[in-house]
Design a protein around this ligand. Structure first.
Ligand code: CP
Length: 315
């Protein structure tokens, strides 16, 4: 297990905005130890034996839900899953009441995904269980950014000084926001790129550079993180047609051949819209680490659950 001189002091993991450089580094270092567990024949350690973790997913998810569930099981925790469709939320129960009822059954941690920004923060006020944000509206997706940072550090050997271009639908992206907070804190230079209508006004105030020019974003990048066009969250008319978006901002082999560095790293948090924000060839090509991101996600989620459990044990 990683040896860290600082102690974990937070009940919840709500976002990277509120984490220090030391806390982010501690999660990344702890995940490095846990990655090895998933490579063993017996993929289990007793670190969270006796703990119970509830997965409250009130918005669709494949990667994050499965990854959190696997991470909890590999730490030997007991898990329960609650989905919007199968819960009393459909009968009008509030999120607070749902969470209080889950906690009344002596659950230690609640992993929550919610369509509304701030929902995990509100939940954390009402329950003494640890709350982990698995994605809230367009606000934050901290474990996604942590696994992205872990993957970059693993592949490039560092984060400080690297140029990371995040390309696509920045406006609707919690992944972009968490990546900007985390990467800039650890010394990377972040550029966001997309159509003007998909870049929030004054996003530079988060410490990133903005360009609407794909060539510039690709030329300067050591890492490109391609984001999905979130058609389900968009109002109509943010760009003329999908075809036009592909022509101006699609990451294709041709774009990489013409403008990218030879050792470029291509990332995507998923789900991927193949042939829209990224071509089939690039998604499955030699620079892509998309599936390695997914692998690393389990280690990151093991690390954050392990650290939050330390906080509770130390109370
Ligand atoms: N990256 C991500 O959050 O994927 P899911 O929506 O499938 O969890």
């Amino acid at each position: 297990m990683a040896k860290n001189s600082i102690k974990w002091t937070k009940k919840d993991l709500l976002g990277l905005e509120e984490l220090s450089v030391e806390e982010i580094t501690m999660i990344l270092d702890t995940a490095k130890s846990f990655k090895e567990v998933s490579e063993r024949a017996v993929k289990k350690v007793p670190a969270l034996r006796g703990k119970t973790i509830a997965h409250l997913f009130l918005e669709p998810s494949t990667r994050t839900r499965i990854s959190f569930e696997l991470a909890a099981k590999r730490l030997s925790a007991d898990t329960i899953g609650v989905s919007g469709a199968g819960s009393s939320i459909l009968k009008g129960e509030t999120l607070k009441d749902t969470a209080k009822n889950i906690e009344a059954m002596k659950v230690d941690m609640i992993i929550v995904r919610h369509a509304s920004s701030g929902a995990p923060h509100v939940l954390s006020w009402f329950v003494s269980a640890g709350v982990l944000n698995a994605g809230d509206g367009a606000h934050e997706h901290p474990t996604q950014a942590l696994l992205d940072m872990f993957t970059i550090r693993e592949k490039k050997g560092k984060l400080a000084g690297l140029n990371v271009s995040i390309i696509g639908d920045i406006a609707h992206s919690r992944v972009a926001r968490s990546n900007i907070w985390g990467l800039t804190k650890l010394g990377a230079h972040v550029t966001v790129c997309g159509p003007k209508t998909l870049i929030p006004v004054e996003i530079e105030r988060m410490g990133c550079h903005v360009t609407y020019d794909l060539k510039e974003a690709v030329r300067t990048a050591d890492v490109i993180n391609v984001l999905r066009i979130q058609l389900e969250r968009q109002k109509k008319g943010l760009f003329p047609t999908i075809r036009e978006y592909i022509m101006k901002y699609g990451i294709t082999e041709d774009v990489l051949t013409k403008y990218a560095k030879k050792d470029i790293l291509i990332m995507h948090p998923g789900p991927v819209n193949r042939g829209i924000e990224i071509s089939q060839e690039v998604a499955d090509g030699p620079y892509s680490v998309i599936l390695e991101q997914v692998t690393n996600g389990v280690a990151i989620r093991m690390a954050v659950m392990f650290l939050l459990a330390q906080y509770k044990a130390g109370k």
